[in-house]
Ligand binder design. Sequence first.
Ligand SMILES: Cc1ncc(COP(=O)(O)O)c(C=O)c1O
Length: 362
Amino acid sequence: VVGRLNEQSGADRASPSLGGGPYAYARFGNPTVDAVEAQLATVDGGGWTCLTASGMSAIDAALSALQPHGRGRPWMFPDELYPGTRSYAERVVVGLRGTVVAWAPVSELAAEDLSAFAGRLGRERPAVLFLESMSNPFLHEPALERLVAIAHEHDVAVVVDNTMATHVRCQPLALGADVVVTSATKYLGGHGDLMAGVVAGHDRELGERVRRYRASVGSILNPFDAYALGGYLESFALRFGRQSATAAELAALLAGRPEVAQVWYPAPAPGLPGGGVVTFRLRGATPEVRTEAVRAFLARTEGSLPYTASFGAIESSVVDLATLSGQPGSEGVLRLSVGLEDPHEIVEALDRGLRTTEGVPG
Ligand SMILES: Cc1ncc(COP(=O)(O)O)c(C=O)c1O
């Protein structure tokens, strides 16, 4: 049940909270935001939950609150990472705050034998390790519980970005992570019309630091988006289940298409939906041929499959990785976000996009 919207920027004169109460000024706290945090508290399973203005501000609040931990030691990020977080690490962590960043090869993080990674932690002695529970856009899932255990042996605090997997597939706090961050702009909101971020953790003192940081920099979620998010959360599990079921079908269908060279979708696990994102690479011997294949796909799907940089919404969309990240080697890669349409509609759109010759059914 969604509470009332309270959009006041300051408590009125009659309010007993005027003069230092939690709602005296909306940058410090707001009853609508608190109500949605209470709704989310059971989701991540931590001792505290804090809503922020976007996924990036959630990452910023979590990492900033951890700044005193192991001061002077480097921070470690995977070398394959959501580009916004990579840019935060480079521009803010290194560029503005002067904290050294070490990049961990994702091949070490994803290896069955984690001894090379353990050796790296021992040598580089980071204070903080940032991980994604499911990587964007290739949907790799590291062995989180084992990685966290190794990190803790080395006194490394672990922050996990759970945006792609969501709490339905992965519960980082239950696996030992210190902090979990989620961009609620994606699946949790799910309607492509708001931005929000969630930070949650076990340690109360850390939670207080996150709250104080959020108040200092003014990154609390605005009450309108909190109110909308509260409503959308009610249908989240249904949406994610349906998006995942359709996406799994489409991943299998794409894998059987001659125009598709490779498909990435999380391994099936009983009772664990894989999410609504399917990443695939179009066939083509050279980057130029693959770039042209993407251009043709996008031209043919225009009008039936929106082109959007985001994912997780009820409306299906597609984006090409070369435009999104600019990374060399990403030519030909498309990231499909599956929505709630009739699956046949999405199949038809993909079919249109993949036809190598106009008019010939794929
Ligand atoms: C994995 C991941 N983390 C964090 C973010 C940042 O979230 P926001 O755009 O809400 O700031 C994104 C956005 O695409 C993302 O994909």
